[in-house]
Design a protein around this ligand. Structure first.
Ligand code: MLT
Length: 310
């Protein structure tokens, strides 16, 4: 069982793979061409969100039986090509949801209280709060788009701050909404018109890509705070920048950028946009969970055993 790990995963995950008898190569700085040149030697590939697992790669991957996604979103993996070739794709949908929800809350506080801007001023030896008055969360309405695993963790946490929670998610049952104490909005525009803070928690799919765009910002309440710890493009970046310029959006906290990884997004030029480099799952706990889970799943798939997240 030869396994290529093309992006960093936790040591515990690597240990699990070797304990189970796999030969593991960790090669996290391969160029695309180098990856294509070596992939033919491997039975399994473990990736995070940066490696594009697509037709180019499948064509070179004669031995490949399993792709392990160390994380949740599988938008960097072409499923159809994998299925056609009988390559199993496994992911770890539960392993990092708490960390993603916690970073969402962190960005929400950081944006609403201008924490990074205040921090930067003081570090520059300037004691000055002028122009950086924050917003309290108590009594405000948060609009959650996507009330799945992460969205519902965010909802329960924000309830404890005395916020009203509304959500848009056509795939979640009324009883789930009721149990979470969240009010359902059947139209995205209705949610936009009512929320003070918008946070998105959907996977990136054809249906969700660009779902928050010009039209939705037109419907938004003025002074909106926007948080995206899910995937770039669910909120159209151009439309977001326009909404900031038009004072519809007052502040944003963004963990995901179009075309990442890179540090050249025009969003970085806005003082009222707080950014992190796709760090939602970057905690010791989440990475240990993800690493161990993906290792176990890859081994099971290579052995032809049942795999829970295939
Ligand atoms: C995920 O999809 O699990 C997160 O975005 C974290 C990651 O990509 O590693």
């Amino acid at each position: 069982m030869k396994v290529l790990v093309s992006e960093p995963i936790a040591q515990k995950g690597l240990e699990k793979l070797t304990q189970e008898g796999a030969v593991v190569d960790v090669k996290t700085s391969l160029t695309r061409q180098e990856l294509l040149d070596v992939i033919g030697e491997y039975d399994a590939l473990i990736v995070r969100s940066n490696t594009k697992v697509n037709e180019d790669l499948y064509q070179k991957a004669a031995r490949l039986k399993v792709v392990g996604r160390a994380g949740n979103g599988v938008d960097n993996i072409e499923m159809e090509g994998a299925t056609r070739r009988g390559i199993i794709v496994v992911n770890t949908p539960e392993s990092n949801v708490v960390s993603a929800a916690e970073l969402t809350i962190g960005l929400l506080f950081a944006t609403c209280r201008n924490i990074p801007q205040l921090h930067n001023r003081l570090k520059e030896r300037v004691w000055d709060r002028a122009g950086l008055k924050g917003m309290e969360l108590l009594g405000k309405t948060v609009g959650i788009v996507g009330l799945g695993r992460i969205g519902s963790l965010v909802a329960t946490r924000l309830k404890s701050f005395g916020m009203n929670i509304i959500a848009y998610d056509p795939y979640i049952s009324d009883s789930r909404f009721k149990n979470l104490g969240v009010e359902r909005k059947n139209k995205l525009e209705e949610l936009m018109a009512q929320c003070d803070i918008l946070t998105v928690h959907t996977p990136k799919t054809e249906e969700t890509y660009g779902m928050i765009g010009k039209e939705q910002f037109k419907a938004a309440k003025k002074g909106l705070t926007v948080i995206n710890c899910a995937r770039a493009g669910i909120i159209n970046e151009e439309a977001l920048m326009e909404a900031i310029k038009n004072n519809i959006v007052k502040r944003a906290g963004i963990d995901v950028l179009e075309g990442e990884p890179h540090a050249t997004s025009p969003l970085l030029d806005y003082d009222n946009v707080i950014v992190t480099p796709h760090a939602g799952a970057d905690t010791v706990e989440a990475q240990d969970n993800v690493g161990i889970t993906v290792a176990q799943e890859v081994i099971s798939a290579l052995r032809g055993e049942m795999v829970p997240n295939a």
